[in-house]
Design a protein around this ligand. Structure first.
Ligand code: ADP
Length: 495
């Protein structure tokens, strides 16, 4: 099978790489396998890509190790920064192509995909700025010693990314790893391999030495498992389900105790107090759950509304949700496209029927949208209780539950009644309420009077079963450096 293919989208025609990206070349998989990627809008095959398995992961790790020990270790921090900045420029240059790939392969609206590309470039550029600002400390213990620390790269980093923000997850992972001098073997999600391969072409064009960034398309239980169990990968960073996160950590423990960072699921509470500006709160609540078709680990899927405004909130939120334009990702007005895959579509539809069977009320939606593609109507459930599956489990689709609360203590208890702790939001015009509740919520991020406003300068990650470590901001650099303490003794031998 070919290594490149011309792909026509409604907005652009471009050359799509199909091979694995190892040592700056697109290559076939060793086992000669391929797999197809499907357009969730019309359920047709977009392309077949070469499939990487454990043997290819091994080749990529060797390439990454060689680069890490050799040429890459000689590249100055300033040059690393320059390469990242150049890569950011190239991502921006090709924004129309990359946005079209995301719309085609993932199903997100092309207008939203452009924001993803802009943020991906911003993230890569931001970490380019960090590359020559990685400092250790000097530590004054006493006059007989000179002690300093070095923040050294961890080594070869395995990175396993999901399909919900294919390019942005690529950027979040590559930025801090490369800025700090590591090399990367990344396994992309089998549902959305295309944008990472196109971006790999830009890696080469930017001038990165061979072996620094390697991209493997393939499946979780083969290529992904090979990354997490590899004896010569020093660190694994994973974004995906909590279920798979546990497997990754076990594989790391059983193999070489590679360092692990995990960004996992959520069931994030979105709290509306009676003094909130209701129009704004409804806008953010709507965006909080339906952005990216609910396929966000931080989706505001548990909406908690004070009992005094509950009825009014529910009827206005219903109206707002019904205004969301669901349809073809390439239509300029579209807000919500199809779910990424048939499997996800079926999982979500199953949750919807569980909700109905458990006695929850469907306020709006609750069914498939149209009769082709993996589209689901924006869905709101009310009359739910804390023990229902749809309130406890991550649905990862355009489905939310709305619950009543009595007072601040009550809502803090309900909000924290979850195994997850990724994000939360508080809508109120009272500053004290906002700060008190933000402090009391067990989550890695709290948004006040907004939702889903992520930024590459701001750390992101979870507490409880939502993950380990933080991505983004300066905090992510800690995942990709290890500290060496050097003590130089200046006196006479005291013993
Ligand atoms: P989802 O259920 O939303 O697809 P997953 O957590 O299964 O989320 O997938 C996220 C990423 O993890 C994907 O790249 C997938 O291929 C990978 N993955 C799935 N299973 C494993 C596994 N056992 N080991 C390593 N990676 C895996």
């Amino acid at each position: 099978m070919a290594l490149f293919q011309t792909i026509k989208t409604p907005t652009v025609t471009y050359e799509q790489p199909l091979g694995l990206f190892i040592n700056n070349e697109f290559v076939k998989g060793i086992e000669g396998k391929t797999f197809t990627t499907v357009n969730p809008h019309d359920e047709n095959t977009i392309a077949s890509v070469h499939e990487g398995t454990a043997a290819d992961v091994d080749v990529a790790v060797k390439a990454a190790r060689q680069a890490f020990n050799g040429p890459w270790s000689k590249v100055t921090p300033t040059e690393r920064g320059r390469l990242l900045t150049k890569l950011a420029d190239l991502l921006e240059r090709d924004i129309d192509i990359l946005a079209a790939i995301e719309a085609l392969d993932n199903g997100k609206a092309v207008s939203m995909a452009k924001i993803d590309v802009t943020n991906s470039a911003g993230c890569i550029r931001y970490y380019g700025g960090w590359a020559d600002k990685i400092y250790g400390q000097t530590i004054d213990t006493d006059s007989q010693n000179f002690t300093y620390t070095r923040h050294e790269p961890v080594g070869v980093c395995g990175q396993i990314i999901p399909w919900n923000f294919p390019l942005m997850m690529w950027a979040w992972k590559i930025g801090p790893a490369i800025a700090t001098g590591n090399t990367v073997v990344m396994k992309t999600a089998e549902q959305t391999p295309l944008s990472a391969l196109f971006a790999a072409k830009l890696v080469k064009e930017a001038g990165f030495p061979p072996g620094v960034i390697n991209i493997i398309s393939g499946f979780g239980n083969t290529a992904g498992a090979a990354v997490s169990a590899h004896m010569d990968i020093d660190k694994v960073a994973f974004t995906g389900s909590t279920l798979v996160g546990r497997t990754i950590m076990q594989a790391a423990a059983k193999s070489n105790l590679k360092k692990v960072t995990l960004e996992l699921g959520g069931k994030s509470p979105n709290i509306v107090f009676p003094d909130a500006n209701l129009d704004d709160a409804i806008g953010w609540v709507n965006f909080g759950i339906y952005f990216n078709h609910g396929q966000c680990c931080c989706a505001g899927s548990r909406i908690l509304v004070h009992e005094s405004i509950y009825d009014q909130f529910l009827s206005r939120f219903k109206q707002r949700a019904e205004q969301n334009i669901v349809g073809d990702p390439f239509h300029p007005q579209t807000f919500q496209g199809p779910q990424v895959s048939q499997r996800q579509f079926e999982r979500i539809m199953e949750y919807i029927s569980t909700g109905k069977n458990d006695g929850a009320t469907v306020v709006t939606g609750g069914a498939r949208h149209g009769d082709q593609g993996y589209y689901i109507q924006p869905t709101i459930f009310s009359d739910v209780n804390e023990n229902m599956k749809i309130v406890k489990e991550e649905i990862f689709g355009p489905v939310c539950t709305v619950q009543k609360f009595k007072d601040e203590d009550d809502v803090i208890r309900i909000a924290n009644n979850s195994n997850y702790g990724l994000a939360a939001a508080v809508h109120t015009t009272n500053l004290n309420t906002a700060l008190r509740v933000s402090n009391a919520i067990k989550a890695g991020t709290v948004w006040v009077n907004n939702y889903n406003m992520l930024h590459y300068q701001v750390p992101f990650g979870g507490v409880k079963e939502s993950g380990l470590g933080r991505e983004l901001g300066s905090y992510a650099l800690e995942n990709y450096t290890q500290i060496k303490a050097v003590r130089v003794y200046l006196g006479n031998v005291p013993f």
